[in-house]
Design a protein around this ligand. Sequence first.
Ligand code: PGA
Length: 255
Amino acid sequence: MTRRPIIAANWKMHHDHLVAIQVVQKLSYRLERDDYEACDVVICAPFTDLRTLQTLTEADRIPILLGAQNCHWQDRGAFTGEVSPVMLAKLNIRYVIVGHSERRQLFDETDDMVNRKAKAVLHHEMTPIVCVGETLEERDRGDTETRVTDQIAAAFAGIRGADAERCVVAYEPIWAIGTGRNATPDDANATIATIRAALRRLVSDAADDIRIQYGGSVKPGNIAELMRMSDIDGALVGGASLDPDEFARIVQYRR
Ligand code: PGA
């Protein structure tokens, strides 16, 4: 089974739309056709950047795919401050991160909300990047496997078959996000294999088709080793994705 690698930037709350233009232009100068042929290159930018980046990538035919970092699960309504998946789909957004640990921890997103968001994203023909991962305390207690399996079961409730196979999962151990500490490739691969086994058991016989990324302090210096692991199909990159040179080196991990 060959799964197409997916390297995604999660800019978080960084880069206004003017900076976003510069960063994507610089990135596009560094990336070559081979790079886009080898993997999906995705930028998950703040909402206020997305229309600008859509215009730029379409006008200049830059094959970078756009992603959002969150959305609501309803199409429309009295939800002050929220952004609908319909609005994102209209901008040709291809990916939406759902259930990032920062949303779960800082904004009280529950497993149920993550599930509703994933379903809404799928309903509008976009791909959810479903994030799971354990805290340091859970890891130290030996609860990593239970934790990620529970998160998978909850996030994928009612999502089966072809819909499930379209999803991307990001395994992001919380203690490795933005800390400079990352899981060893063997460790990350073992947990990702556990996630794949849970997907096979709970969600789809075709779990071998589902792409699973690793995230947490991915850098140009560790990406190649991570990508050599059998179950790691890509990366979700925070800090190191803000700089176009660094992110280009990550995308070009094969060189
Ligand atoms: P990091 O963030 O690469 O800065 O650790 C990853 C993420 O939060 O998606």
